[in-house]
Design a protein around this ligand. Structure first.
Ligand code: PLP
Length: 372
């Protein structure tokens, strides 16, 4: 049998496009998405996802940093690109040269950026970020108006947007509190006669629930990748999984009853067993916390992880799948015949969120794109 022992992730670009359209249909007519493709598009591949979404009509992207912004420009993406971390790396010159839109929350950044834009006779768009209760990135909400005023004085900057971020969009009370803070600043800005074209606060949950119709933009991320930020949203929209993660069986051992498997001897066979070997481990982003918890799919059946997941190898119990052979494909995330493993299943077993499972699939795992 010819077998490729490669571990790979297959990304379905049509599914990404369909999720984008599903989200877009939920938005009020005057609202458009800023597609969040930061951190390598949640592990899916920054440029490929950017290009697929641009083809589907997306004209505004949110990325982590300057480096991701430059990669998108070099991949031929002409859309607006919001740098969510702002100019933390002090790369004002590149921000101007690559026509990127940084998030701003320090006046010093704005001044330096203005100088660089002035030198090049350019105007650089910026969005001011307000901290409305996340205590992460952003100017405190009672200083927001004065930062807006100061940025407006800088003639080579265009204050295009004011934004904030939700701490827990599924928590109605806290979201309402953040929205009120945001609106209070917005009203102060408007009362001061300052016209800012774009306000945005929402993420995937907000987009699906249509939470802030008065904002011109919303920033969906995880929903584009087919994962529900909250299980209750499964009744609201139908999203498609966008990624399958597969490897193959590289060896099978017949072992007696009472044999321990892997580091720490945490798994002991309770019967004569067949133990399969997979060429991936936590260095590939398969969480060690899945040891003795998760299952994989082999020949359309579920096989449990046996013992601790190692750095580069993982063992599985194939005793109930006698037809399994070396070279057979093994599904970590995705479908095999009638069985499916969702990223949400792994997230729950690894005591984390789907975002982390997706974003931590290691760069060494090749991404293959289908339906482009
Ligand atoms: C600033 C910002 N906006 C939007 C998003 C997208 O959120 P979600 O993936 O929950 O839709 C994120 C993701 O963490 C973010 O950090």
């Amino acid at each position: 049998m010819s077998a490729s022992f490669e571990t790979k992730v297959t990304v379905d670009l049509k599914a990404i496009e369909q999720n984008y359209r599903v989200i877009q249909k939920r938005l009020p007519a005057q609202q458009q998405p800023i597609c969040i493709i930061k951190s390598n598009a949640y592990g899916h591949g920054l440029c490929e996802i950017g290009q697929a979404l641009a083809k589907a009509g997306a004209d505004f992207f949110g990325v982590r940093d300057l480096c991701e912004g430059i990669l998108l420009r070099e991949a031929g993406i002409d859309a607006d690109i919001l740098i969510l971390l702002g100019t933390i790396d002090r790369s004002y010159k590149e921000v101007v040269e690559y026509r990127l839109t940084p998030v701003i929350y320090h006046l010093d950044w704005a001044k330096r950026l203005n100088e660089e834009a002035k030198k090049r006779n350019k105007v650089c768009k910026v969005h001011i970020k307000i901290d409305t209760g996340m205590t992460r990135v952003g100017v405190s909400f009672n200083q927001a108006l004065s930062l807006c005023r100061e940025v407006l004085e800088l003639k080579n900057l265009q204050l295009e947007g004011v934004m904030s971020h939700l701490a827990e969009a599924t928590d109605e009370q806290y979201t309402q509190f953040q929205h009120e803070q945001f609106n209070q600043v917005r009203q102060e800005i408007e009362k001061a006669g300052i016209d800012i074209p774009i306000y945005h606060l929402g993420n995937s949950t907000a987009a699906i629930k249509g939470l802030f119709p008065d904002c011109r933009k919303v920033r969906p991320g995880i929903a584009l990748y087919g994962s529900y930020p909250d299980p209750v949203l499964e009744d609201e929209v139908s999203l498609q999984p966008t990624l399958a993660w597969k490897t193959s069986l590289i060896d099978i051992k017949q072992v007696p009853k009472g044999q321990s498997v892997s580091y720490g001897m945490t798994f002991k066979t309770e019967r004569p067993s067949r133990i399969g070997l997979l060429p991936l481990g936590y260095a590939d982003g398969y969480p060690r916390l899945l040891s003795n918890r998760a299952e994989v799919l082999v020949r359309g059946k579920r096989a449990p992880i046996a013992g601790r997941i190692c750095m580069d190898l993982t063992m599985i119990d194939l005793t109930d799948i006698p037809e399994a052979k070396i070279g057979n494909p093994v599904t970590l995330i995705g479908k095999d015949a009638k069985e499916t493993i969702l990223v949400e299943d792994l997230a729950e077993q690894a005591e984390t969120i789907s975002y982390e499972i997706l974003a931590r699939i290691a760069p060494r795992v090749p991404r293959v794109y289908i339906n482009g």
